[in-house]
Write a protein that binds this ligand. Sequence first.
Ligand code: GRF
Length: 220
Amino acid sequence: MSEPHKLRLGVLASGSGSNLQSIIDRCADGSIDAEIVLVLSNVPGAGALDRAKKAGIATALIDHRTFTERADFDRAIVATLQASGVELVVLAGFMRLITAPFIDAFPERIINIHPALLPAFPGLHVQKKAIEAGARFAGCTVHFVDGGVDTGPIIIQAVVPILDDDDEASLSARILVQEHRIYPRAIQLIAAGRLRIEGRRVRIAAAAVVDGVMVNPPLH
Ligand code: GRF
């Protein structure tokens, strides 16, 4: 019998790559029907590249500083992803804004993870902003990428409390644990063909209903 098709992922990362690692691990243990065919970074020496090499995954380095035009940088990325037969582009701490030609090359096939409960707190340093705003909850969001900054249709979110003595580091660490749970899950929902975008909303076939309500501080 032939192997069932595995969704071919291209992961783009600029940093340490802990989200990449969670996807590598879930591909390896069979909880997602996908394989990472390429890890691409714009940062020489990025931890994500080391993690990929250790896992035997092909890597590419496309340094944005060697391009004068943003569109040329994006074109180079698209060509590299296409040459690897990438079907789903997974942004995992990729710290560059991507342009329309990139998005058009992978329609509804680019996803991102963001360490806040979108649509609140798009952009950078969002854990700090959530604390400073006095929010009682923070979290993370996996969403499809459209032309805006952290604006595309939302696939899945996880919520964590903000505690009294939190600083940016402690809250970021609490959120990151949840990022590592929801990103592989979002990829599996796509791999299983369970997602459909309807305007701003993502419909999930046969989704379980969420139970439990969190109140912070607790009611008693
Ligand atoms: C994560 O917090 C992610 O939400 C944000 O960048 C960070 C990447 O961390 N987009 P890592 O490189 O996956 O460890």
